[in-house]
Design a protein around this ligand. Structure first.
Ligand SMILES: [Zn+2]
Length: 177
């Protein structure tokens, strides 16, 4: 799944649960963080293929990432955001399940139980016309996220502002002129 969809699904969940700002930050950050292994693209397409969706997408590393986010936000704000951090990471893993349809090598999949078990979620080995389903499912989720995002924008709510309020930056720029 693309990081935008991961972020927006988590943002929608956080909104629905009416969480605080720090919890929303924990939830959205945790929901995109497993895809840091996507930066392996800078080491070449083969590295990307080998690393993306690998150990960083395992429950073990996911738990570590959620703990780091929880601790980081706790030090910064003294607020316990553990539930949101863990929910975010597991939401990411759940959303990535249809992603395995796009893997080109038949043996590939998501090894959520790494390094304890070789069990892989590999829908492409069970679903006929996996490549087509991949496009259908991924595009549907992406379009729904885009529509939700734009509906919020129409209401004057900008999903990125929990991290960065560009108005402050723009105001500063205008004052400097
Ligand atoms: Zn992922």
């Amino acid at each position: 799944m693309d990081p935008f969809s991961h972020y927006i699904v988590a943002y929608a969940a956080g909104r629905k649960a009416n969480v605080s700002l720090n919890k929303m930050r924990a939830l959205t950050l945790a929901a995109v963080i497993p895809d840091i292994d996507g930066f392996s693209i800078f080491m070449g397409i083969q590295a990307f293929h080998d690393i993306h969706g690998g150990p960083v997408h395992s429950f073990l590393i996911g738990i570590v990432l959620a703990l780091v986010i929880t601790l980081g936000i706790y030090i910064y704000s003294k607020e316990n955001v553990a539930l949101c951090a863990f929910s975010g990471v597991f939401l990411h893993f759940a959303l990535d399940v249809p992603n395995t349809l796009g893997y080109t090598r038949a043996t590939d999949g998501l090894f959520y139980f790494w390094p304890f078990s070789d069990f892989a979620i590999d829908l492409q080995n069970h679903v006929p016309d996996a490549a087509i389903w991949h496009i259908v499912v991924i595009s549907t989720i992406f379009i729904l996220c885009m529509v939700f995002f734009l509906l919020l924008v129409r209401k004057g709510e900008y999903a990125w502002r929990i991290w960065l309020d560009e108005r402050r930056f723009l105001k500063k720029k205008a004052q400097n002129k």
